[in-house]
Structure formats: structure tokens, C-alpha cells
Design a protein around this ligand. Structure first.
Ligand SMILES: [Zn+2]
Length: 276
């Protein structure tokens, strides 16, 4: 009988010890958890960069770029939706249009002032990138020597800020953003910001950028010869659905001689050329 009691007491002691330690264990575990969780979070954060694949990193870069698109004119927000940010603004073949937008702080590094320019123009619009400036002067001189025509630059490089002023003025004069955007580019969407585009005109139309330029001897010579100097008539007749703009016989864009000749001979738009 005594043996039974001792065994019984021993069992009670054993169970007590078991529950005591397992209880303590549980307390310890729950006491540690608050420490464990932050540690894990820290580890996740530290691991995050190396653990992520390239796609995730790309997404991060895109997210970092997107906010840089500045929308300078209220009401034009929708015109910057679903656009790409131009990632090669210094490329001679850069594409800037309604779908490919230059950042507001992009300024070409090699702008030089054109030695001839239409009278009465702002100083700041008289610059082009060096290569394009050299080429437009070759074109100017050739027109003069070969045909006795003076085809005059009237508006070349335009900053994002100046384009904002110009577009705002066009909204005011044309009555709506949509109407203004038929012939005038929104800030960031203008080729003039690349330093590779220039509007040409002539004395007989008062050096104006006007539809009256079309049909002049100068416009005809420009259309037939611009490619020889690396330029294209950027916004051709009947191509609005591709270029996004109405016919502009005055707006030439420097793309280099090879591209210009190919585009001219195959009657392409710049957009079509880049897709080939
Ligand atoms: Zn232009």
C-alpha cells in the first residue's frame, strides 16, 4: 500500500514538473515572439534587394522615373497617361511625340547658336545641337547657292518651360487643349526640346510658321532636298494618325543622312522608320 502511495506521489511530482516546464517553455516562447518578429522583418528588408529578381528592380526604376513627369498645365493630365518616358534623349534617333515624353529637366548638352536666324526671334530659340546646327547651315547655304532661295530658321530648340508658355498661349487662342494639340505639342512632347528640330520659313510669308509657307519655292526645295543634309519633313500630309500632328511643311527634324535618305526614298514617317 505504501509503495502504491509513493508511486502515486512520484507520478504527481513527475506530471507537475512536466507541466511546469512545458508551461515555462510556452511563456518563454511567447515572450520571445515579439523579438523574433521584428528580427524577421529586418531580415526581410535586408534580403529584399538581393533576393528580388531583375524584373522587380526594373519595376522599381520605372516607379522612380514616372513621378518625374511634370504636368505643367492643369487639365492636360490625361495627355500624360499611358506615355513612356524617353530613355535616350541624347540619341540622334530619339523619338519624342505624344506617346514618348521628355522629362522636364532634359536640356541637350551641346547646343550651339545658329549664325543666321529670322529677325525678331527670342534668343533662346536660336540654338540646336551641334551636329544638327552644322547640317542646317549646310542646307541653308546649299539652297542659297543652288537655287538662290533663302530658307530661314525661325524656331529651333525650345525648353520645356518655353513650350509650356507656347502651349498655354495656343489653348487661349484656339479655345481648347484638344484644338491646340493638333498643331502644337504639349511640354515634354515637343521635338523642339531635343534640339534636333527647327521650323523653317521664308521672307515672302514674313518668316512666319504658316500654311502659306506650303507652295512657296522655298517649301518645295526644302521637301525635295532636306534629306541630303540629314533632315526629314517630320509631319507629312495624311499621316496624322501616325505622327499625331497635322501636315507641317516647315518643321524639319535632323536624323542623320542615312536615316533621312531612307525615310525620304521610302516615304515613311519617323515612327514607321523606327519600327522597321
Ligand atoms: Zn516645329
Amino acid at each position: 500500500m505504501r509503495k502504491v502511495v509513493i508511486i502515486f506521489l512520484f507520478l504527481i511530482l513527475a506530471f507537475s514538473l512536466f507541466f511546469f516546464y512545458s508551461g515555462e517553455f510556452a511563456v518563454e516562447t511567447s515572450a520571445q515572439e515579439p523579438n523574433v518578429v521584428p528580427e524577421n522583418i529586418d531580415n526581410d528588408e535586408n534580403d529584399a534587394v538581393p533576393a528580388q529578381n531583375f524584373e522587380d528592380n526594373k519595376e522599381e526604376e520605372e516607379e522612380a522615373e514616372k513621378p518625374e513627369i511634370v504636368i505643367p498645365i492643369s487639365g492636360t493630365e490625361s495627355y500624360y497617361e499611358n506615355v513612356d518616358v524617353v530613355d535616350n534623349p541624347d540619341d540622334i534617333l530619339v523619338l519624342a511625340n505624344k506617346k514618348n515624353v521628355l522629362l522636364s529637366d532634359y536640356v541637350p548638352k551641346d547646343l550651339v547658336k545658329l549664325p543666321v536666324f529670322a529677325p525678331g526671334r527670342l534668343e533662346e530659340v536660336q540654338y540646336m545641337r551641334e551636329e544638327a546646327a552644322t547640317a542646317i547651315m549646310e542646307l541653308y547655304n546649299a539652297a542659297l547657292e543652288e537655287a538662290g532661295l533663302e530658307i530661314m530658321p525661325t524656331s529651333a530648340y525650345r525648353s520645356f518651360k518655353l513650350q509650356t508658355t507656347i502651349f498655354q498661349n495656343n489653348i487661349n487662342s484656339k479655345g481648347s487643349i484638344a484644338k491646340a494639340n493638333e498643331t502644337s505639342a504639349l511640354p515634354g512632347q515637343s521635338e523642339h526640346q531635343t534640339g534636333l528640330a527647327v521650323d523653317m520659313s521664308c521672307k515672302s510669308v514674313g518668316y512666319q510658321v504658316t500654311s502659306r509657307f506650303d507652295g512657296t519655292e522655298e517649301a518645295k526645295w526644302l521637301a525635295e532636298n532636306a534629306h541630303r543634309f540629314g533632315f526629314i519633313i517630320r509631319y507629312q500630309k495624311g499621316k496624322t494618325d501616325i505622327t499625331g500632328y497635322s501636315y507641317e511643311p516647315w518643321h524639319v527634324r535632323y536624323v542623320g543622312k542615312d536615316a533621312a535618305e531612307y525615310i525620304f526614298k521610302n516615304e515613311l514617317t519617323f515612327e514607321e522608320y523606327l519600327e522597321e
